[in-house]
Design a protein around this ligand. Structure first.
Ligand code: ATP
Ligand code: MG
Length: 329
């Protein structure tokens, strides 16, 4: 059995890009009967941004509901809140002792903050809390706690994964090779990068998103706002954001047909938008219904978390056991 692990930050509303680029590929991976998948909502990691407590609670719940609704709800997937597996924090404390400060000084996120402070003429560590600085140790603990073989991550997380491997090696040098499992493989996320309303990468920071679970009428209105050029219905057209969205969400025959009509001319952007809105709704309605139902019935959500967290706690506790034993505690 291959153990796959991914963490997802409880950031605001999920958008179509998050789903196509991260959640759907993860659900596809997790559907493989040879895999057991641990998926955690990274609420401890989120604390370094000092979120409002009520907002954090709300976002964590919504993220759990979204993961379950998007297909991560079968018995080989264990969904848990990072904070509810105390062994992860314990392993962070243990790993701190084989982590050189220099390694953390070189971590991209911290370095970017220091550089921004330098540019503004401030103290290098202005506004940097230890949650930010030690983030890579916590992430290593996430991975090593579950003895994960594979950790699918986006490119921005690649360095953190390297640090996790580095800490596992440092631990092995100090306390022997058989204690922690080294992550065996890093999978790039396979989903394509989805463009947003303005044609740039769909991203919360650009404000160009279509929310995954917005009502169909809201999604249709946003689809209308997708920026197109001034070509007339009869003109041939270049594949654009509308085509990218159709490729990602429409049934393949429809997407192919529209691609053909872009090549030859004979369809207007308005008609493509109407068709796209319908296809989006058809693709997303079942997930949206499951999502709404999960948020409405907190018992089902709590049950799923109880099961996932029991499982994750058991696995992480085994890791702590061998670590403390090796370290002489
Ligand atoms: P931010 O603007 O805060 O960076 P975001 O909207 O880009 O937010 P992230 O939280 O950075 O979203 O990304 C969450 C996950 O979704 C990551 O795995 C990322 O690779 C994926 N993702 C984000 N945007 C896209 C996109 N447009 N296409 C494909 N995948 C995406
Ligand atoms: Mg991003």
């Amino acid at each position: 059995m291959t153990i796959t692990l991914t963490g997802i930050q409880p950031t605001g509303e999920l958008h179509l890009g998050n789903y196509a680029g991260a959640i759907r590929p993860l659900a596809q991976l997790a559907a493989d009967p040879a895999r057991e998948t641990y998926v955690f909502v990274a609420d401890l990691h989120a604390l370094n941004g000092r979120p409002d407590p009520d907002q954090l609670r709300d976002r964590v719940r919504k993220m759990v509901a979204a993961l379950l609704a998007c297909g991560l709800d079968h018995d080989r997937v264990h969904v848990y809140r990072q904070s509810r597996v105390p062994a992860v924090a314990q392993i962070t404390a243990l790993l701190a002792n084989v982590t050189s400060k220099g390694t953390l000084n070189r971590a991209h996120a911290y370095k970017a903050l220091v550089a921004a402070n330098a540019a503004a003429g401030r103290d290098p560590d202005h506004g940097v809390n230890m949650g930010v600085f030690t983030y890579p140790v916590l992430m290593a603990a996430d991975i090593l706690a579950m003895r994960a073989h594979e950790v699918p991550v986006g490119a921005d997380q690649a360095q953190h994964l390297e640090i996790a491997v580095e800490l596992a090696r440092a631990f092995a040098r100090a306390y022997g090779p058989g204690v922690l499992h080294q992550p065996r493989a890093v999978l790039p996320q396979t989903g394509a990068v989805l463009p947003g309303l303005d044609g740039r990468k769909m991203s919360k920071s650009y404000g160009n998103t279509i929310p995954l679970f917005a009502p169909p009428a809201v999604q249709a209105t946003l689809v209308r706002r997708v920026v197109t050029d001034s070509r007339r219905p009869q003109d041939p057209k270049d594949p654009d954001t509308l085509v990218a969205l159709l490729d990602t969400f429409a049934d393949p025959a429809t997407a192919e047909e529209i691609r053909g009509r872009y090549r030859t001319g004979g369809i207007g952007y308005g008609d493509v938008k109407t068709l796209l809105a319908g296809q989006l709704d058809a693709a997303l309605a079942p997930m949206r219904d499951r999502y709404e139902a999960l948020l409405a019935d907190s018992r089902r959500l709590d049950d799923a978390l109880r099961t996932g967290e029991r499982r994750a706690n058991r696995r992480a506790a085994e890791t702590v056991e061998v670590m403390v034993d090796a370290m002489g505690l």
